[in-house]
Design a protein. Structure first.
Lengths: 210, 169
């Protein structure tokens, strides 16, 4: 096939407006949130959710997870492009920064002998299991959308997608989880989120090559 | 480029012709000594530019974006030849030249990849590329709806890009 013929085929295929990759990823995020919310029918939100919403630790927990999701969205869009754009990656430290602030406040207000109890919480094992589980469907949505991108570094883009999927999964899980204190979140949520991110990076290294 | 993304055929045609010349210059200088057919790589780059055009950000310069995609494909091609090579993006950007005009270069990888398509897909691709039909004409000739021709064409291009990538056999 000569190049002129190829160009003709490309022009015909290109006779439709293109959806920018950023918008595709946002739609995927929307879909991911809807899918993840469906699991609330099986995994009921905690019974005291209405009262909990007005307590500071619970609200702080939700804020943390939303911050994680939002900041990783910014980075994800950047990594989906062929030109690497590291200048906005710093936003990723926002969520950890917030969390460390929370942990410090907790360490000051809670007497040292109660620290271990706070750290271990009620159901650490649940947390480690459900956050990754709840992240599977969102991750699938995001990785599929990312296949339409052209990431300069596939593994990095996949990690960003994993982080965002974990953010969605953890937000949903947070609605059902009775542990609100920052120490618990720092110890267990972060491990669960790291698992999802690492898995995604591993999958994406091959899946997102173009 | 802006207009091309909106689906306007004529600007897109002009853009692709222009980019072909530019990419050909960049590819030739670094692929020939590796014993590769430059035009194969040029076609592969064009296909990638087309399929990934949603990743260009409106309002940003087109050059660096084209260079990034071209480099990725050149590195791929060289790697397939079993050579580990670093191709600095700046050097690709510099050699994106616009001097030369020619049209009839033949290449073979895509021809081979066509064999991986199913018969229907092959017919559609041939109709719009080799025979130069529009989507409408191709639809009439192959007794398909225009929408089906478009969908089939798009699928086929993705398959072609995938097959060239994994080494074309």
């Amino acid at each position: 096939m000569n190049t002129e013929n190829l160009i003709h085929a490309l022009v015909i295929d290109g006779s439709r407006p293109v959806v920018p990759i950023g918008r595709t990823l946002l739609r995927a995020l929307g879909l991911a949130i809807i899918v993840a919310e469906l699991s609330l029918f099986i995994l009921h939100p905690r019974v005291d959710i209405v009262q909990a919403l007005s307590t500071t630790p619970f609200a702080f927990k939700l804020l943390l997870m939303l911050a994680l999701t939002a900041t990783s969205a910014v980075v994800l869009v950047d990594t989906a492009r062929p030109i690497s754009a590291p200048h906005r990656r710093w936003v990723l430290i926002l969520a950890p920064l917030l969390l460390s602030g929370g942990v410090i406040v907790e360490l000051i207000t809670v007497p040292p002998h109660a620290w271990t109890a706070q750290l271990i919480g009620h159901n650490a094992a649940h947390c480690l299991m459900f956050i990754p589980l709840l992240s599977v469907a969102p991750l699938a949505c995001l990785l599929l959308a990312l296949r339409g991108g052209a990431p300069a570094h596939p593994m990095l883009a996949a990690a960003a997608a994993g982080l965002q999927a974990a953010g969605v999964g953890a937000t949903i899980y947070a609605l059902t989880c009775p542990d609100d204190n920052p120490l618990f979140i720092a110890a267990w949520y972060s491990v669960a989120i790291a698992i999802v991110t690492a898995t995604s990076a591993f999958i994406g290294r091959r899946l997102l090559r173009w | 480029m802006d207009q091309s993304l909106d689906g306007n055929a004529e600007p897109y045609q002009r853009l692709l012709v222009l980019l072909t010349v530019a990419v050909r210059n960049a590819v030739r200088s670094r692929v020939r000594f590796a014993g590769l057919d430059a035009e194969d790589v040029v076609q592969e780059v064009l296909l990638a530019l087309h399929l990934k055009r949603s990743t260009w950000m409106r309002g940003t310069p087109v050059g660096p974006w084209v260079a990034a995609i071209a480099r990725n494909k050149i590195v791929d091609a060289l790697r397939r030849r079993g050579r580990r090579t670093e191709v600095p993006i700046e050097s690709v950007l510099e050699t994106l030249g616009f001097e030369e005009v020619s049209g009839q270069e033949q290449a073979h990888d895509l021809e081979r990849a066509l064999a991986k398509l199913n018969p229907r897909q092959r017919e559609v691709v041939r109709a719009v590329s080799l025979e130069g039909h529009t989507a409408q004409e191709a639809a009439a000739r192959l007794r398909m709806s225009e929408g089906a021709v478009r969908v089939t064409l798009h699928r086929s291009l993705k398959v072609l890009a995938g097959h060239v990538q994994c080494g074309a056999g």
